[in-house]
Design a protein around this ligand. Structure first.
Ligand SMILES: C[S@@+](CC[C@H](N)C(=O)[O-])C[C@H]1O[C@@H](n2cnc3c(N)ncnc32)[C@H](O)[C@@H]1O
Length: 295
């Protein structure tokens, strides 16, 4: 196994694959159906010719640009394993900040209402717009066991994956999935919390995307318009309409979205706006509340 790992790494390095060590390791663990501890405890293990061939065929596909997660069919998010395929965006670690901010703001809302911040989600109705693999809706359903959870996507193919992920984690009965262009399918539901990681890449920046993203992830999940931030305007306008009076809106931001998105929320219809940076220091999550009595 050690020798297969080294050969895989050098093939990926020669093909300029980013994180080639991790990719080779994940592909080897995948074909050998073992975990990292086992791999490093048994470096002398000899794999069958069939498994070895499968490994090198995956290494070749990775060298040709396919994302590792499409080859293994999975990605971890919020401590859960999610099925992924080319119909859904591969969940990104920075999106976990959106879950943290949503939970913090819900707890703050409880404190302000004079209730203890212990949150089960009782009485809370939330929606994840653009659910993709379902990762945000499923993470929130896990953290808020009593909340009513909706998840929407314009892509029927993505919803099929999201439903499978919900079933895999035991949330099939907890989350209502709807095929919907933004909130079209939701009349007359009103929400305490709207979360969304929207498509926010600009089409004019497509060339700057990594090849595995540009060629293998769904366009509808990537591009928010020519500049990238166009999607937010309609999302913010409709969110105002679909939030309860003191409801929360929590949005993921693209690395350069903040200057275009913040002004949309600085009107008198919104209050308590806060921006959270990701671990790289990039403004990543914007949270705000609908004013109780718009003036
Ligand atoms: C950036 S991906 C986010 C996926 C997932 N929530 C995540 O964080 O990994 C954006 C998602 O929005 C969906 N989408 C794009 N346009 C939409 C629209 N008009 N209405 C609803 N969903 C939309 C895409 O299909 C895609 O699944």
């Amino acid at each position: 196994m050690r020798s297969l790992l080294k050969q895989g790494m050098s093939q990926l390095l020669a093909a300029n694959v980013p994180f080639f060590t991790l990719s080779a390791e994940l592909l080897l663990l995948h074909v050998a159906a073992c975990d990292r501890a086992w791999l490093y405890a048994h470096p002398e293990e000899i794999l069958s010719a069939e498994i070895t061939n499968r490994y090198f065929s995956l290494i070749q596909r990775r060298a040709n640009g396919e994302p590792t997660q499409h080859l293994t069919g999975k990605q971890e998010f919020w401590g859960l394993e999610f099925e992924v395929n080319p119909d859904v965006l591969i969940p990104r670690p920075e999106t976990e900040h959106l879950i943290e901010v949503a939970l913090d703001r819900l707890a703050l809302r409880e404190l302000r209402a004079g209730r203890p911040p212990c949150l089960t989600g009782n009485g809370i109705t939330l929606v994840d717009i653009g659910t993709g693999s379902g990762c945000i809706a499923i993470a929130l359903a896990k953290e808020l066991p009593d909340a009513t959870v909706y998840a929407a996507d314009i892509s029927a193919a993505a919803l099929t994956v999201a439903r499978r992920n919900a079933a895999r984690h035991g949330f099939a009965d907890r989350i209502r999935f709807l095929e919907s262009n933004l909130f079209d399918a939701f009349i007359p539901v009103r929400f305490d919390l709207i979360v969304c990681n929207p498509p926010y890449v600009g089409r004019r920046a497509a060339d700057s995307l990594a090849r595995e993203v540009r060629e293998h992830e769904p366009e509808v999940a990537l591009y928010g318009g020519e500049e990238g931030y166009e999607f937010y305007a309609e999302l913010v306008a409709q969110s105002h309409e679909f939030l309860k009076p003191d409801g929360l809106l929590v949005l993921e931001l693209g690395h350069d979205s903040l200057p275009a998105v913040q002004p949309l929320l600085e009107s008198r219809q919104w209050t308590n706006l806060a921006v959270t940076n990701d671990l790289a220091g990039i403004p990543r999550v914007l949270a705000t509340e609908r004013l109780i009595t718009p003036q």
